[in-house]
Design a protein around this ligand. Structure first.
Ligand SMILES: Cc1cc2nc3c(=O)[nH]c(=O)nc-3n(C[C@H](O)[C@H](O)[C@H](O)COP(=O)(O)O)c2cc1C
Length: 213
């Protein structure tokens, strides 16, 4: 590919993001930005990168979907034995990143992760489409497999095992909640004079500071 990546740039033309606008509760402000992203028709508005670090100090990032959020944290669901699950078992510090290109907005959330209660995972699992439930049972997420037929055969076996029955939530599948210690709201602005408003939890209180872009 011979495209000149240096020439790919755009000026961000959105309104400024001021301290008075964000207020003093970052999770309430997150809710406002997420609602706006949904209303504006952003693709996959709940998609977020979760970054984890393995035992060798190597960071890893991948996309998951936000399924719940409230004052105590941001919840997603996955396989506890996946690579990310093993990394979180070793080091429960993690970072979430949302990027909504059409709004020129990024949100970075850092904190520690813990598993949700089993009944929360079971409740959410039971609300998922049957195909997704069977797939969660089928896929040994992050394991090396020979080819696609391995997945298809395992899916068929699960389908058969649960014929005319509710699909059981596997023990190794469930939610994690990231409890935030910092949340940064980034708004792209003209001439690269972007706004970065950063909340840090200090002595259980949110403190707001502005960072240079
Ligand atoms: C848009 C999108 C949404 C995804 N949502 C999830 C999710 O909610 N949970 C999940 O385990 N994987 C999800 N994935 C797959 C992950 O990115 C990743 O491939 C998988 O979790 C295995 O990661 P790991 O091997 O690092 O543990 C999603 C991928 C994309 C592109």
């Amino acid at each position: 590919m011979n495209r000149d990546l240096h020439a790919i740039r755009r000026d961000y033309q959105f309104e400024d993001l001021l301290e008075d606008t964000v207020g003093d509760n970052p999770t309430a402000f997150f809710d406002q930005w997420l609602a706006f992203a949904i209303d504006e028709g952003v693709d996959d508005p709940t998609a977020m990168l979760i970054s984890t670090v393995d035992a060798q100090g190597q960071p890893h990032a991948r996309v998951v979907l936000l399924k719940e959020h409230n004052e105590s944290g941001f919840t997603f669901f996955t396989n506890y034995e996946s690579d990310k699950g093993q990394q979180l078992a070793h080091n429960n510090k993690a970072c979430l990143t949302f990027f909504w290109p059409t709004l020129s907005r990024q949100i970075r959330i850092e904190g520690t992760v813990e598993k949700v209660l089993r009944e929360v995972s079971e409740d959410y699992f039971s609300s998922r489409p049957r195909g997704s439930q069977l797939a969660a049972r089928t896929s040994k997420q992050s394991a090396i497999i020979k080819d696609r037929s391995v997945l298809q055969a395992a899916f068929k076996a699960e389908e058969k095992a649960f014929t005319d029955q509710k699909v059981a939530c596997p023990e190794n599948w469930g939610g994690y909640t990231l409890n935030p210690t910092s949340i940064e709201f980034w708004q792209g602005r003209p001439s690269r004079l972007h706004d970065r408003l950063c909340f840090s939890k200090i002595n259980e209180q949110w403190t707001l500071r502005r960072k240079a872009p």
